[in-house]
Write a protein that binds this ligand. Sequence first.
Ligand code: TK8
Length: 345
Amino acid sequence: MKPFKSVFFITILGAAAFMLCVNSCSRKGESKRVDGGENSAVVRLKFADLAADSATIGGQRFKEVAEAESDGTLVIDLFLNNQLGDDRVVVETTAFGDIDIAASSTSPLATLYSDFYLFDVPYLFLSTEEAYADLDGPIGQRVLQDMESVGLKGLCFWENGFRNFTNNRIPVSKPEDMRGMKVRTMENDVHLAAWRAFGANPTPMAFAELFTALQQGTVDAEENSLGIIGANKFYEVQKYISLTQHVYTPYVIVMNLDKYNSLTAVQRAAIDKAAVESTKTQREASQQLEKEILDIIAAYGGTVVELTGEEKAVFQKLVVDNKILELVKSKMAHPEYLDDLLAGK
Ligand code: TK8
C-alpha cells in the first residue's frame, strides 16, 4: 500500500537526465590467477564490505557460496567494516578495477548512476515487504542490469533499512522540532532537498567522517538505519532516536564488469548464486539486528521516540508540497521507472 501514491502522478517534469559515466576509466584487470592445483586456476576476488553487522554476515555468506559453487576456483577475500574505504570510494575503485566487488548504499552513488535517485524518494516504500518486492521485481532488476553502462555488474540489493532521525538535543517527532538543526545527510541532492523541506539545516558528509562529527558536535543530528546506528555506536553520541522511517535505502552489491565477464560460466553462476543466497541471509540478519538494537539503545540510556502514522504523514506532505518527486525525476536517466514503480508494475 502506498497511501499517497496518487499524488505522485500530479506532475511529470520532463527533464534531461544526466549521467556521469565512470566506465571510461574501467580497465581490464589483469587476471590474478594463481595455481590452485590440478589444472584449475584460482581467481582471488577482493570484496569490500560495509560497517554493518548484517553486511558482515551477508559478506561471509557470499564468500561461502561463491567458493563452494565454483568448486574452490574462486577465493573471496573479504575486507570488512569499510576497511578499504566507505561507500562511493569502494565503488569507484571497483569500476576502476582495483577492487573486484563492493557494497554501498545506493544514495552516495546517484551522481555516478542517476537511476539510484529512485530509492531516495522519501516514503516510497512503507514496509520491508514492499521494498523487497520492488527491488527484486522488474524495475529493481532493470536498474541493476543497467549498471553495465557504468562498467559495473549490479549483483543484488541487500538491506540497509529504513532510516531514522537521531540528534543530541531534544526528542523530535515533528518538523518544527528539528528546525535549524544541523543534520548530516548522505552526499545526495535529493536527501538535501528533503531535509531542507523538513526545515532542518542539512550538511552532506561521507560516512567515514560521521562518527567524529557527531562526537565533536560539528553536526547536531544525522539519520540512519538502526543497523548502522547500532554497529557504529551512534547511540553513544546521539541521545534521541526518532523512528521517522522516512526513507528505505538499499545496499547494492556491484562487481567490476570486465572481471565478471572474464570468469568461466561456472564461476559466473557461482557469483550469481552467492548474490541470491547472501541477499536472503543478509536481509534476515538485518531484520533480526534491528529488533535487538532498540534494547541496546534503551539499556545505554538513549531515548527512542516512536512516531504515529499521523506524525509521519506531516513529513510525507512536505515531500509532496516541496516537489521532491519532480526533483527525483528530473535527475533520473529513466524517470519512467518511478512512474512504473508507483503504478505497481
Ligand atoms: C555505510 C553507509 C551507511 C549509510 C550512510 O558505509 O552513509 O549513512 O547509511 O550505511 O552505507
